[in-house]
Design a protein around this ligand. Structure first.
Ligand code: AGP
Length: 615
């Protein structure tokens, strides 16, 4: 989604803001702009397209040097990605500039009222009304912060706003409702940004802003109030990601780096959560064991890849705890009038912690009295802040839009929650749970082994660059893995890709099978649930008999599949429920390599944003 940067201090505001916007490019955008206060006035530049277009504009028409400024990368919602619709937006006198992330739902009415009062608006955006409203209010206010509070009280919807006014040359003012905004506090300087990546090169001291708050930045400090003007409690924290961690580390793409980081991300997510006796210690989960014992239903809400981790969690939760578990697309959840009460545990899974669909789903759940546990990768983000408890994944910054290490750590966190529920509630699977905890603590090594054998997968992907369809099949926990493999290929290679439960083939999808059609099949372990294994081997025979090119992901030692696999990808032997942790990795590598072979932009695929902060 949109990226926002604000700066006040002694450095060149333009340099700080432009560097910050570059660090936010991963959020996905289609135009960019900056505004600087200098020489008693305000100067702005904005261009459709990538930052390189704005940089060219700034060379052709340089802005004056100033030490206060704001910047924005826009992901178009109201109004197309044009120069006129790019942010910042200014009032008619050119003294106020504002940038925005979110949607102002009552902008049409506000726009009509402004026009009646003689304001001339020049864009199709909802944001522009704010510049004009701020100019109006500021003319009768003590300062820009007060004007911002008055304007925010008139806005409806989700918005993060950052503004400057040439009458207050050393001040940047921000406001947030729903969309993310974080403050960076430096020595004699201060920053505002959509996320910490924009300023961690300068400072790691951050302040998370809460709902309906206005922040005023000056060189010598930061003031935070509610929209009502009352001083607000703030929560400073130290950002433990350093600038290096968010760089590519020698890889061509952030995605490749993040795939390679998975063993460490998995191990880091387990750190401190398994004690010496092999028991789980999830003290950070601020829902008591007594409350967890009262739960009679679990509902998981999430989107995209996070939804797929929830589908896998369902198998683990129901098996180990015998509590019924529903998994819902967050965007559908609250519209189906779900049955929720105080005995329902809702688990909201989100890498960014800002996905609006998931945020709205958890708000609905809390209104219905359910307890909400967030599984999230971003400290200080909105979803954990609005949940009763949070279990953080420790994947580190995930910059590539296509989620990889966040997915694997979401799985680890889901397994931990399932095992913890089993542990505190007591379950007949006590011995199995202890064995699985032991296996989990070793799974990082298994992922490492998979990563060491990926060259044939990359070669296979390159050989399929000319294909336009790939199907994915799986059974049991392999079915959500098939869905995730298909999503990766869609969002990276822009190919038609679809995941099916293998048992569904005969109910329709087998009609799709034709000569040389690539079909990836995720095969469950032949141990334990051999019936499941034998059925999917039959499925492989059925599609091969109809001409499919079978790409089989199967455990080391599974000989039954060898006769029917045109391409065989081996994964380490793991307990059935944990197999997604190793079976997903080849599918990530496959999609990334195929996208590269097709010349696609891997880290920021077309039309996509890293965090979808609008519904
Ligand atoms: C995953 O590759 C996608 N980028 C997307 O489906 C993502 O998982 C989804 O938008 C949810 O994001 P979140 O985890 O930040 O809530």
């Amino acid at each position: 989604m949109c990226g926002i940067v604000g700066y006040v201090g002694s450095q060149s505001a333009l340099e700080v803001v432009m560097a910050g916007l570059k660090r936010l490019e991963y959020r996905g955008y289609d135009s960019a702009g900056v505004a600087v206060l200098a020489d008693g006035g305000l100067a702005a530049a904005k261009r459709a397209g990538k930052l390189v277009n704005l940089e060219k504009e700034l060379v052709d028409r340089p802005l004056p040097t100033g030490s206060t400024g704001i910047g924005h990368t826009r992901w178009a919602t109201h109004g197309g990605p044009t120069d006129a619709n790019a942010h910042p937006h200014l009032d008619n006198a050119g003294r106020v500039a504002v940038v925005h992330n979110g949607i102002i739902e009552n902008f049409a009415l506000l726009r009509a009222e402004l026009a009646e009062r003689g304001h001339e608006l020049s864009s199709d955006t909802d944001t522009e009304v704010v510049a004009h409203l701020l100019a109006e209010e500021f003319s009768g206010c003590a300062d820009l912060a007060e004007a911002m509070r008055l304007v925010c009280r008139r806005l409806e919807g989700a918005f993060t706003l950052v503004a400057v006014d040439s009458d207050e040359p050393d001040v940047v003012v921000g406001a947030r409702r729903n969309s993310p905004l974080v403050v960076g506090v430096g020595e004699g300087e201060a920053f505002l940004a959509s996320d910490v990546a924009a300023f961690i090169a300068h400072t790691r001291s951050a302040i998370e802003l809460g709902q309906d708050q206005v922040v005023e930045l000056r060189r010598d400090g930061v003031t935070v109030t509610g929209f009502d003007g009352q001083p607000a409690e703030v929560r400073p924290y130290n950002v433990d990601w350093d600038a290096e961690a968010a760089e590519k580390g020698g890889y061509d793409y952030f995605m490749l780096k993040e795939i390679a980081e998975q063993p460490k991300a998995v191990a880091d997510t387990l750190l401190g959560r398994i004690d010496a006796a092999g028991n789980l210690t999830l003290d950070e989960v601020r829902i008591s064991a007594a409350e967890l014992r009262e739960m009679d239903k679990v509902v998981i809400v999430a989107c995209g890849t996070a939804f797929h981790s929830g589908l896998i969690a369902k198998y683990a939760i129901e098996h180990w705890t015998r509590i019924p578990c529903e998994v819902e697309l967050a965007s559908e959840f609250r519209y189906r009038d779900p049955i929720l009460d105080a005995q329902t545990l809702v688990i909201a899974i989100s890498q960014s912690g800002e996905t609006m669909d998931t945020l709205m789903a958890l708000r609905h759940a809390r209104e219905q009295g359910a307890k909400v546990l967030a599984i999230c990768n971003t400290n200080g983000s909105t979803i954990p802040r609005e949940s009763d408890a949070v279990l953080y994944t420790h994947a580190g910054p995930e910059v590539a839009v296509a989620s990889t290490k966040a997915f694997l750590t979401q799985l680890v966190a889901c397994y931990l929650v399932a095992l913890y529920l089993g542990q505190v509630r007591g379950t007949k699977w006590g011995d199995e749970i202890r064995a699985v905890i032991r296996d989990l603590s070793r799974i990082g090594g298994a992922v490492e082994r998979v990563l060491e054998t990926m060259e044939p997968v990359r070669a296979l992907a390159r050989s399929l660059a000319g294909k336009d369809t790939v199907l994915f099949l799986g059974r049991h926990v392999g079915y959500p893995v098939a869905l995730e493999g298909a999503l990766k290929l869609k969002e990276l290679a822009y190919m038609h890709a679809e995941g099916f439960a293998a048992g569904e083939l005969k109910h329709g999808p087998i009609a799709l099978i034709e000569e040389d059609l690539p079909v990836v099949v995720v095969v469950p372990s032949p141990r334990g649930r051999s019936l499941l294994h034998d059925k999917i081997v039959s499925n492989i025979q059925e599609i091969r008999a109809r001409g499919a090119r079978t790409i089989v992901i199967a455990e080391e030692g599974d000989e039954a599949v060898e006769a029917y696999a045109d391409h065989l990808i081996r994964i380490p032997v793991t307990p059935t429920l944990l197999q997604p942790l190793v079976a997903t990795v080849p599918l990530q590598v496959f999609a990334c390599e195929l996208a590269t072979a097709r010349g696609n932009e891997v880290d920021q695929p077309r039309n996509l944003a890293k965090s979808v902060t609008v519904e």
